[in-house]
Design a protein around this ligand. Structure first.
Ligand SMILES: Nc1ncnc2c1ncn2[C@@H]1O[C@H](COP(=O)(O)OP(=O)(O)O)[C@@H](O)[C@H]1O
Ligand SMILES: CC(=O)N[C@@H](CCC(=O)OP(=O)(O)O)C(=O)O
Length: 257
């Protein structure tokens, strides 16, 4: 199988323009087939505030009402996505910007209302690996925003970590797929206040213990959940760290079985 790298970049890294440029340089230098998935949650919160909309998050997921879905479509699908594509193109990387509606690449259903009504939030049902594979074969680098779409044509806000994990899982049937979660820290930390305390490898048992001890909290919880689901479903290797983790032999966290 041909190798493929699926890289997710978090919102805080996108907002730090110097680090973001370093990330893009490292991403551009990755050899072979690659896909970029980006978040942008912080920016959506800031722009919502400017427009006078209140932001509500539950368990790291945004409650997405009719106004919020318009904001996230503009911010994720427009502002952030198009800027990333423009920068990559200027670096001779033939990137193309997509949301889940494009080529019906990420089909989802609106999350059913149980205790909480998340509004226009999607649970992914199917990734169109054929369409994505055709882009890769043409030498194109797909850049996905955190938006999926129903088969009836409704755009849905979808956690970027989940989009990256689902794309990696679907593509791993035809490619030897490595998944990278790039965020602002060097990796998963044993002590949140010590940036040097990177845990080099985490297996499922350790992950459970770290959650119990509340070493792993907030946005790291769904991120690691996504990692283990991806590993179980055929993704070859998973890495968490800052942009340096895209390079060989750097300190970061590897997820192991
Ligand atoms: N043990 C841990 N090590 C590193 N980060 C952690 C840990 N526990 C919680 N976190 C938090 O998880 C965050 C990364 O998750 P998230 O905010 O979802 O990132 P992203 O920018 O990729 O969306 C970090 O900024 C940090 O605040
Ligand atoms: C449903 C849901 O919560 N979607 C996320 C999508 C963006 C995202 O995941 O951005 P980061 O990777 O920067 O956190 C949100 O709107 O915040």
């Amino acid at each position: 199988m041909k190798p493929l790298k699926v890289v997710k970049i978090g919102g805080k890294l996108i907002e730090d323009s110097a680090k973001f440029d370093e990330f893009l340089e490292d991403f551009k230098n990755l050899e072979g087939h690659k896909i970029l998935v980006h978040g942008g949650g912080n920016m959506a919160t800031q722009i919502s505030e400017k427009l006078g909309y209140e932001t509500k998050m539950v368990d790291g997921r945004r409650i997405t009402d009719e106004d919020t879905v318009k904001v996230i479509t503009m911010v994720y699908g427009g502002l952030i996505n198009k800027n990333i594509v423009a920068k990559l193109q200027s670096m001779d990387t033939n990137a193309i910007g997509l949301c889940g509606a494009d080529g019906q690449s990420i089909l989802s259903v609106k999350r059913p209302v149980k205790k909480i009504d998340y509004g226009f939030v999607g649970d992914i049902e199917k990734v169109n690996s054929q369409f994505i594979g055709a882009l890769l074969n043409d030498g194109v680098v797909p850049v996905f925003s955190a938006i999926s779409c129903t088969k009836e044509g409704v755009l849905l806000n979808t956690n970027a970590d989940s989009i990256a994990s689902e794309i990696a899982r679907a593509m791993s049937k035809s490619y030897e797929t490595e998944l990278y979660y790039c965020f602002e820290k060097q990796g998963v930390l044993a002590d949140a206040s010590d940036d040097e305390s990177v845990i080099k490898e985490i297996d499922f048992l350790q992950y459970k213990t770290l959650v119990e001890k509340q070493v792993i909290t907030d946005g790291m919880l769904p991120k690691l959940q996504n990692c283990f689901e991806a590993l179980e479903q055929g993704v070859h290797k998973i890495h968490l760290g800052n942009h340096q983790s895209l390079k060989e032999n750097t300190t970061h966290t590897k997820i192991i079985q």
